[in-house]
Design a protein around this ligand. Structure first.
Ligand code: NAP
Length: 296
């Protein structure tokens, strides 16, 4: 299959690379030109990347980035042909996804939202879970591509529903991690060995994939970005916007948003969101200056 892959960040680069490894003909484009993917053609613009593609796959930072890549002067829109499929693995506003879908549908092009979970490790090891919103026909057609990059596809419903479900899931990740961060900080202050605390958490009913993933990094004070704080903060704002639209109150998330706001003011935007724990440690007089491992 001919695929255009746009956005070569923490997630996009290994995803595009896995498509190449699966034998697809891939054209890539990234806003800053320094990124390349071995075996793929490097395009000069989103429109150039999409020129002969059957499928255009996006994995960029946020709603504004998707809008730019799709509809700017040199955007994908210029190269759309009837029957093409645009797949968006960025996490964006569900209502914006519907708006973008409507625009491409008018040209006979399908829009499938397919945000992911699994983080950097999942992207690198082709173990992502795709959270999909779209019509059954294009979703079925995309199965081999999902398989090249992931281990599971959960088809939630129509366009936009993938993004909505992804935000609800990330809401839980933010709250579970905050619960862990508060327990960890109090335990430290009470003189409990952090390794023992994690052993207890992992043995008990509060065990969580979030803690399993983050605890080894926290124990090393290593906040190198797997899922950068700025992106989780972006998602928290998307969740709060969706809650407002749906007239739902999310009081715990509003408090967590303040923690992200203050962590961002500390200059930790490009660290992993796990660095929010360092703020609690700082308040508790436990030091808590986050570290980053140097890039390989
Ligand atoms: P990232 O490393 O920050 O990469 C973001 C990508 O978007 C880069 O290619 C960046 O280009 C591009 N971009 C940003 N603003 C742009 C704009 N205005 N126009 C065009 N391109 C733009 O982010 P990531 O971790 O790969 O995440 C990508 C998406 O997946 C996000 O929506 C994120 O929320 C979601 N996600 C991430 C994770 C994770 O663990 N990292 C997990 C699940 C979902 P430059 O290189 O030029 O900056």
């Amino acid at each position: 299959m001919k695929i255009a892959f746009l956005g070569l960040g923490i997630m996009g680069r290994p995803m595009a690379s896995n498509l190449v490894k699966a034998g697809h003909e891939v054209s890539v484009w990234n806003r800053s030109a320094r990124q390349h993917v071995e075996g793929a053609r490097t395009a000069v613009s989103p429109a150039d990347a999409a020129l002969e593609a059957d499928v255009v796959w996006l994995c960029v930072a946020d709603t504004a980035a998707v809008e730019r890549v799709m509809f700017a002067e040199d955007g994908v829109e210029k190269s759309l042909r009837e029957g093409m499929i645009v797949v968006d693995s960025s996490t964006i506003s569900p209502s914006a996804a519907l708006r973008f879908a409507e625009k491409v549908n008018a040209k006979g092009v399908h829009w499938v939202d397919a945000p992911v979970t699994g983080s950097k490790i999942g992207a690198e090891s082709a173990q992502l879970i795709f959270i999909v919103g779209g019509a059954p026909e294009p979703v079925e057609y995309l199965q081999p591509l999902f398989k090249s990059m992931g281990k599971q596809v959960i088809h939630i419903g129509d366009t936009g529903k993938g993004q909505a479900a992804k935000l609800c899931m990330n809401l839980m990740i933010a709250l579970i991690y905050e619960g862990f961060a508060e327990a960890y900080t109090l335990a430290q202050k009470q003189g409990v060995d952090p390794h023992k605390l994690i052993e207890l958490i992992q043995a008990s009913m509060v065990r969580s994939g979030v803690v399993d993933y983050k605890a080894p990094f926290v124990l090393r004070h290593d906040y190198s970005p797997n899922f950068p704080l700025r992106l989780m903060h972006k998602d928290i704002h998307l969740m709060l916007d969706a809650a407002k639209e749906s007239r739902v109150k999310l009081p715990a998330l509003e408090t967590v948003d303040e923690i992200y706001e203050l962590s961002s003011e500390e200059g930790w935007n490009n660290l992993d969101f796990a660095a929010t724990l360092a703020l609690l440690q700082k308040w508790a007089g436990l030091g808590g200056q986050p570290k980053v491992t140097p890039p390989e």
